[in-house]
Design a protein around this ligand. Sequence first.
Ligand SMILES: NC(=O)c1ccc[n+]([C@@H]2O[C@H](COP(=O)([O-])OP(=O)(O)OC[C@H]3O[C@@H](n4cnc5c(N)ncnc54)[C@H](OP(=O)(O)O)[C@@H]3O)[C@@H](O)[C@H]2O)c1
Length: 259
Amino acid sequence: MNEPNNNAKVAWVTGASQGIGAAVAWRLAADGWTVAASARSAEKLEALSDEAEGLPGSIIAFELDVTDPEASAQVFADIESRLGPVDLAILNAGTHQPIDGAEFAVEPVRKLVEVNLMGTVHCLAPVIDAFVAREAGRIVVVASLAGYRGLPTSSGYGASKAGLINMCEALRPELAARNVRMFCITPGFVKTPLTDKNPFPMPFLIDAETAAARIVRGVDGRGFEITFPRRFAYIMKCLRILPYALYFALIRRTVPRRD
Ligand SMILES: NC(=O)c1ccc[n+]([C@@H]2O[C@H](COP(=O)([O-])OP(=O)(O)OC[C@H]3O[C@@H](n4cnc5c(N)ncnc54)[C@H](OP(=O)(O)O)[C@@H]3O)[C@@H](O)[C@H]2O)c1
């Protein structure tokens, strides 16, 4: 069992059982942080915690399904009572499911919104409450470049991520006035178990360790958005400012063919 160092700074990473979250937890522990790692898969979290033994910091597992608001608040309270005040909250838990627009249905959209948007909100509320009271802390929300504009097959995922970007933009100046810093992460394609399911080629794909290094470096800076890989982010930023006629003329070529 990995034991916390009482002098280390404390981070909370949600969705830390695999992919970007696991890589961020690892990166932080390698830098000496005590990391509360949460997700639904307790076994994967325990394995990560065991593997991290020997690093300067530690990873401690906290099982959590972020779709449960009471459990999210309780886990945050448990982390603070066991490890001490959280300095850095990285709200990363999320999922993806492509939706064929011609077969649009309620349930897949509900799931994406409940995990990606409301799951983040369930963790954000107790974190903001504590950080504002202490007038300290950094909050990091993992959104996506897919939240910049509507993309084919992304009506549910993109909506959930666009909601997060907008929410972070709204909160950033309000929380800055209380000495709490808000960051928004907008990744392009990162190789993880989530994207391993994608049947299409993913441009500028990077690995989770590179993404984690960018995130951990970024939250030491004063910028709002941490986006990568850079070339893909530039393309998406250009698409974001195109007028609709031009945007739809370009993007309709990416609509999957229906046989
Ligand atoms: N990979 C990319 O290319 C990419 C690009 C842009 C944005 N993102 C975003 O980055 C984040 C991480 O993605 P990833 O690629 O690392 O995905 P991943 O490999 O599927 O990991 C997702 C993590 O979220 C956790 N999670 C999912 N549903 C949860 C729930 N209901 N409650 C608690 N934890 C839950 C999973 O753990 P359990 O299943 O154990 O709960 C897992 O640890 C997501 O928000 C994703 O949208 C990823």
